[in-house]
Write a protein that binds this ligand. Structure first.
Ligand SMILES: Nc1ncnc2c1ncn2[C@@H]1O[C@H](COP(=O)(O)OP(=O)(O)OP(=O)(O)O)[C@@H](O)[C@H]1O
Ligand SMILES: Nc1ccn([C@H]2C[C@H](O)[C@@H](COP(=O)(O)O)O2)c(=O)n1
Ligand SMILES: [Mg+2]
Length: 210
């Protein structure tokens, strides 16, 4: 793994302002290709959240020519999880820049290190955790058909990502489940049906969303 470069002063400043914001955070978790990004886009449209995909932020960091770019790129190609301090810094910056105080944090926390570091650094507890539950067979079909030019959407990396999900991400979902925070969605259905279930979680009872 390469050297991680994080500006300490920027980190301290971001923390102070985030605490003032006291944001509402929903973690959106599920295996690769379970439909996290697709459903987050619907929630943004109807419920006013800002969608922050940890994977998208890391890919943007590579493109920006950052000092951490090569390390991040190598880890993503291997399906591995980037050190928490890098991802958390990107999330903090994006939250502050958004001007919003309601966030869907998609694909994070991906492992116990992510979870504990985010809690320690930001002091933010998620309101709840959306868990998109989908079979590997269906996720593999979706990833191979995605056609967005992602370097990790090849069968070799997909298998590695599935292993990381089972070994490192599922325990995080189990942790939040033990705290009564997980809202599990059957994500193997068509997009519109999945969204009906998602909507029911966000819409206050007796109120209709679009
Ligand atoms: N319910 C669904 N039925 C069929 N295809 C879907 C469904 N939801 C999403 N897709 C498609 O599957 C692919 C993966 O979806 P998406 O990018 O939302 O998944 P993701 O969970 O964000 O994946 P990743 O973790 O790799 O970022 C996309 O091509 C998307 O259009
Ligand atoms: N918390 C995270 C989230 C993502 N990554 C890296 C490793 C993933 O395989 C890749 C793509 O994420 P996705 O877009 O599929 O959510 O990004 C990470 O290291 N840590
Ligand atoms: Mg995604």
């Amino acid at each position: 793994m390469g050297t991680v470069v994080v500006d300490a002063a920027a980190k301290k400043e971001a923390n102070g302002s985030l605490a003032d914001l006291n944001p509402t955070v929903v973690f959106v978790l599920g295996g690769p290709g379970s439909g996290k990004g697709t459903q987050c886009a619907n929630v943004v449209q109807h419920f006013g959240y800002t969608h922050l995909s940890a994977g998208d932020l890391l890919r943007a960091e590579i493109k920006s020519g950052s000092e951490n770019g090569t390390m991040i790129s190598n880890m993503i190609k291997e399906g591995k999880i980037v050190p928490s301090e890098v991802t958390i810094k990107l999330l903090q910056q994006a939250m502050l820049e958004s001007g919003n105080d309601k966030f869907l944090i998609d694909g994070f926390p991906r492992n116990e290190e992510n979870r504990a570091a985010f809690e320690a650094v930001t002091k933010i507890e998620p309101s709840f955790v959306l868990f998109f539950d989908c079979s590997e067979e269906e996720m593999e079909r979706r990833l191979l058909g995605r056609n967005q030019g992602r370097e990790d959407d090849n069968i070799e990396t997909i298998r590695k990502r599935f292993n990381v999900f089972l070994e490192s991400s599922l325990p995080v979902i189990e942790y939040y489940n033990s705290k009564g925070k997980v809202r599990k969605i059957d994500a193997g259905r068509p997009v519109e049906e999945v969204y009906e279930s998602v909507k029911a979680i966000f819409a206050p009872k007796n109120e209709k969303a679009d």
